[in-house]
Ligand binder design. Structure first.
Ligand code: DP6
Length: 336
């Protein structure tokens, strides 16, 4: 069969997924938006008569060390793709963002691969690609990846506030105020080092965490509130909610056993400054991933002022002055 290629974006969660159970099922619902510029391009070649992952190349170089993780993913998805047993898979992948940036590539990488497989499934069965299937496959590779198969805002995890929502796959959140459809995300690259603790280990530390159930309830309440805010378009309400989410995520890490802290001094300096700017009425806020980088979130109409603040105050905290300007994106695309 010929090569199949997809590009798929990274995403940034506004209400965070942190804690899972069973096979990649979330302990609470989450909502993110897909980014525009940070994405992975992946090609697969199906080799008839082969089995399993035959090779993996990242940015042109063979990376055999990735194969066991990819094989685990393939084993998980194969019951849903019965034809897979007759094929081996050669995978090539590359990112638009620097590998050393500290930006999690599992969401874009796993969603791009899942889209290739869902597309191959459609070709085998003679139909259109099923995005729900793609999202479910992506979830089995990395939880947050299931939200990357759509553009704009996406929800993962069953909640009464989003019709059709499921723990198994993500769904698009369509009722979004125009003000938020081009929200900006400038990622300040505070630290590009290896993650001190992987997401998988971090999720695991929510098992038996003394604050776990309160956190999961808070996230459910935040979904309800975020859904309303996305409809009304009030940026200051959004800012208040997403900052509490980001800080709660890190508070969970700092109060787990063993505890860990991913902030760097620069992360804290930027966060404090953003809070001060907003206290003065400026529409700028932050969110965080499981790392030291700070995502500055602000409306497109505020971009000029935000860039002035970034240049004047924040570049000194970025490693080699590096940052990435991104925004809400349109979602994955097939590459012909
Ligand atoms: C902090 O999706 O990377 O970014 O399911 O183990 O692959 P796995 O975890 P992952 O966790 C992402 C956690 C987060 C929050 C989020 O994206 O919702």
């Amino acid at each position: 069969m010929k090569r199949i290629s997809w590009k798929s974006p990274s995403n940034i969660a506004l209400v965070k997924y942190w804690g899972k159970h069973g096979v990649q099922l979330p302990s609470n619902p989450s909502i993110s938006f897909s980014l525009d510029h940070c994405y992975t391009e992946t090609s697969i070649r199906l080799e008839e008569g082969g089995t399993g992952i035959q090779s993996f190349h990242f940015e042109g170089e063979a990376k055999p060390s990735f194969i066991p993780k990819l094989q685990t993913f393939l084993d998980r998805v194969s019951p849903m793709l019965p034809w897979l047993s007759g094929f081996g898979i050669a995978i090539q992948s590359k990112n638009t963002f620097p590998h050393s940036s500290g930006i999690a590539s599992s969401a874009s990488g796993m969603s791009a691969l899942a889209l290739c497989l869902a597309d191959a499934h459609a070709a085998m069965n003679g139909g259109e690609i099923d995005m729900q299937l793609a999202s479910e496959l992506a979830r089995l590779g990395s939880g947050s990846a299931c939200r990357s198969v759509y553009g704009g805002y996406t929800a993962w995890g069953e909640t009464p506030h989003i019709p059709g929502s499921s723990d198994r796959y993500a769904v698009p959140v369509l009722d979004v105020h125009p003000e938020f459809r081009d929200l900006q995300d400038t990622i300040l690259l505070i630290d590009s080092g290896e993650k001190q603790v992987s997401s998988t280990v971090g999720h695991g530390l929510m098992d038996g965490h003394p604050y776990a159930s309160a956190r999961f309830e808070q996230a459910k309440d935040h979904i309800k509130r975020l859904k309303g805010i996305l409809e009304t378009g009030d940026f200051m309400d959004l800012a208040d909610l997403i900052e509490r989410e980001a800080l709660t995520l890190h508070a969970m890490m700092m109060s787990s056993n063993p505890h860990f802290m991913l902030f760097k001094a620069g992360s804290v300096a930027v966060i404090r400054s953003v809070m001060e700017w907003r206290a003065k009425g400026e529409p700028i806020s932050f969110t965080l991933d499981a790392g030291a980088n700070v995502h500055l979130i602000y409306p497109a109409t505020y971009a000029q002022k935000a860039m002035d603040i970034i240049q004047a105050e924040f570049l000194g905290f970025c490693q080699d002055g590096a940052y990435i300007c991104d925004s809400v994106g349109k979602g994955p695309a097939k590459i012909s």
